[in-house]
Design a protein around this ligand. Structure first.
Ligand code: ACM
Ligand code: ZN
Length: 507
């Protein structure tokens, strides 16, 4: 009985969470004494990188290799801070914890923390095609991601309203489509048909470019990308670029009309590349080679969503390709394209991620699926032995409104509590398959989100909930505790200069 009581006391102590940390750590134990936040940051840090030492702290808990890399043990005492980790990455996360502690609590309790991530992929996606965001904005969000122990930044760089990445082999992509006359996306796109673009360097642009009246847009140069990657690397964040195919390519066709189907005007649907023509693959491969050179990420996102495929039923090149490859349905033609691009990616040491439509017509053998329509496609992909990132619209689409009274409410109501309630490892997933749940991601699409103020208000505080779901152990999740902690972190984030919903004023 005494032993049971002692074990019970230990476990409740380890579970107490008197700090405001997000994500909640795996184990927290309070020690005697407190420290002022100012002193905490100035305390001497004793860092030890040793897998053996960390294993002792773990007391027999078995972690996967990727978890060991990120895990850390931290002791905050009145005289100093001790950090033990198996890798620099763990030290980095321990320091993020200290940084957050120093900002959230008026007095920090001396404590020990033992912590490791639940899921490998803890992501945020930003769409910079509908509305462009500059370097400072992106770097600022990387900083917050790191503090939240998020580690994947999915960069939605190209889409119908503008190509936003320098590609030397195809300069017209940015020269002809990175700028447009209307600042607000919906003033440009009417009835799902995109509007005109403004050529870079033309009269409509001021000499200094960006934000000129009569021209809106921008793009990232290779130097910009190198600078962003350096910022991301320091924060242990992998940047995954997305190059959309075959749909969402209105802008590509505006720059290179020969990539459309061989139909009058390129066909009725203005969004798609022709998967029949060999020249389409030559284009994509050349673009990807430059993208691979710029981004060292393990993954390349190839899009794959929302291609209507109507043109392909009529296009002689598509029909010839289908006949030659023995394909019966246009879905199989899309699958042919994705599988072919996967082989190309593999030949260059990369793996592909695609939106869940890539299941239609047959999944590419090694593809990772981003499950967005809901979770069913993701669950199916897991059954087929694939890795999945869950980003379901009704929980993780951060363009959807969090409150009907907010500025420009669109989509379904996705409140903070709703975001927090998503459980990525569904009960139907067997223990043996659970490792295929690679992780979670919040998506900020920007059709309605024009500026930094609006973008941050959509990200925060909801991304806090996604960070906790990705990092914290399932048994640590607790809505009422999280709500309290999210309020404290929101106040701190406002002090750091972020707009957090509800913002103090509307525009
Ligand atoms: C998507 O929302 N079309 C992936
Ligand atoms: Zn075609």
């Amino acid at each position: 009985m005494a032993l049971i009581l002692a074990l019970w006391t230990m476990s409740t102590q380890a579970q107490s969470q008197p700090t405001n940390l997000i994500p909640a750590p795996a184990a927290y134990s309070e020690l005697l004494g407190t420290i002022s936040p100012n002193r905490l940051e100035a305390l001497r840090q004793k860092v030890r990188i040793s897998e053996k030492a960390l294993r002792r702290r773990l007391e027999g808990r078995e972690l996967a290799d990727w978890q060991m890399k990120s895990a850390y043990w931290l002791e905050v005492g009145r005289k100093g801070v001790k950090i033990e980790a198996a890798d620099e990455e763990g030290v980095f996360y321990a320091r993020q914890t200290l940084k957050m502690m120093a900002s959230l609590d008026s007095s920090v309790a001396c404590c020990t923390i033992l912590d490791w991530p639940r899921l490998r992929y803890r992501g945020m996606m930003l769409d910079v095609s509908r509305h462009f965001q500059g370097m400072d904005f992106v770097k600022k969000q990387l900083e917050m991601m790191a503090l939240l122990k998020m580690n994947r930044f999915h960069f939605h760089l190209v889409d119908n309203p503008g190509w936003r990445l320098q590609i030397d082999a195809y300069p017209k992509l940015t020269k002809l489509t990175a700028w447009r006359p209307q600042a607000f996306f919906w003033d440009w796109e009417k009835d799902e048909i995109g509007g005109p673009f403004v050529e870079e360097g033309s009269e409509a642009l001021r000499p200094e470019g960006k934000s000129a009246p009569g021209a809106y847009g921008g793009y990232y140069t290779k130097q910009d990308i190198a600078e962003l990657l350096s910022s991301a690397n320091e924060r242990h964040i992998e940047v995954i670029p997305e190059i959309e195919m075959p749909g969402h390519n209105y802008e590509t066709r505006a720059a290179y009309p020969e990539l459309a189907c061989s139909l009058p005007g390129g066909g009725k649907d203005p969004w798609e590349l022709c998967p029949g023509k060999e020249s389409t693959y030559q284009f994509l491969e050349k673009v990807l080679l430059e993208v691979f050179d710029m981004f060292p990420s393990q993954y390349i996102h190839i899009g794959g969503d929302e291609a209507r495929k109507n043109n392909w039923k009529l296009c002689p090149d598509c029909q010839a390709r289908m006949k030659a490859e023995g394909l019966e349905r246009v879905e199989e033609l899309q699958s042919y394209m994705i599988k072919r691009m996967e082989r190309f990616a593999h030949a260059h040491g990369k793996r592909i991620i695609g939106w869940d439509e890539i299941l239609q017509g047959g999944l590419a053998p090694d593809a990772t699926v981003m499950s967005w329509h809901g979770t069913e496609a993701g669950l199916q992909a897991i059954k087929e032995g694939h890795d999945v990132i869950f980003t379901p619209t009704h929980y993780y689409y951060l363009d959807y409104h969090q409150d009907p009274a907010q500025f420009r409410p669109v989509g379904r109501l996705v409140s903070l509590e709703k975001v927090y309630s998503f459980e990525p490892v569904a009960k139907s997933i067997s223990e043996a398959d659970a490792h295929h749940v690679l992780g979670v991601q919040g998506n900020l699409w920007t059709e309605h989100v024009q500026d930094a103020w609006h973008a941050e208000m959509m990200l925060y505080p909801r991304i806090f909930a996604i960070a906790e779901t990705g990092w914290s152990q399932a048994e640590r999740k607790d809505w009422s505790g999280f709500e309290r902690r999210a309020t404290a972190l929101s106040a701190a984030a406002r002090k750091w200069g972020y707009t957090v919903y509800p913002p103090s004023q509307q525009p």
